[in-house]
Design a binder for this molecule. Sequence first.
Ligand SMILES: [Zn+2]
Length: 345
Amino acid sequence: MRFIIWSMTLRCLPIKLCDLGHIRGKMNLMTPVIKAMQRAVDVVLTSPHPDSKVAATLFSGNHHLSMTNDWPPIILNTLGTEARIGDSSGTVHAEVNCLIHAPFPTDGASLAITDPCCPNCAKCIAEAGIKTVYIDHKGFEKDFAARRGDEFQSMSLRILAHAGISLYEVRRKEHLIRTLYTPPDNYVPPEDNPIEIRPCRIMRLADLSPEILLQTARLVKVKHARWACAVATDGQGKIWTLVASTHPAIGYTHDHMAAAEGKYDFMLEPVNRILMGAARAGLTIAKDYLWCSVLPSPREMVNAIGAGFRSISIGDDTHAKKSASNEARHILEISNILDFKSIKL
Ligand SMILES: [Zn+2]
């Protein structure tokens, strides 16, 4: 039954698909994949979520990081588990939790997930440069997957495919990996607009100021009213400036935008792009140097809090993509979870 559903889904994709089938016997590939999935399964029950426990393992070479969906501690301790942050829950999803805490560059890395991913995570996975996603076969059989199945098939899967990400289903006990999707050879996403990462003219963080951040960012041609910039350091302490504007998910163009319905769309907002761009390059964003031209979306705010931010600078706080941003700002400000500083261009 599941195979039929997959086949129908995949036929809807506008790009050529490869054969579906099981991979057997390639132990040099399978062992790290099975281990990564097992690591996710091992922690999934530690998720504090009462009815939707999800875990993921980010892995590349000998490096790996497993995390569950979770409330950032400051949200959990201050607001509890029931509070809504605008139109967002207070949780960070397992996949994004791995990406924002990645201790190694995520570019080209793999992700093993216990459940099918939501469209927001799919967009972040693509932006972070993940090349392969594995999903535990049991994830397709859970209630949550049944409820969210349409969103996975109509959006998440398409987002991953457009970004050229290979997708597999894993059966740990049988040591089987089923190919769900692989991009055609030499596939290049039809549109890719990586965030701008440039060396900062300031050599030491101590010499940095928000104004210098903006001066540097202005040198980059920004294509959208909603954009963000940040300053980050690499493993050697070198300082970099990151700039990103709102953009369709990798591989999508503005022509696809009309296809989005309901809760999700195909756009990735600038703060999420900055967080994922930093993860992709292995950069650590300086905590006081994240700036957004307008109020970020509630989901971006929660992800930034999950990444450890306690303040964010805003250019024009009278504008936002959605009104829920104002509600999210209010609850986060009065509970001292996130400080909103005004720094106008
Ligand atoms: Zn998600």
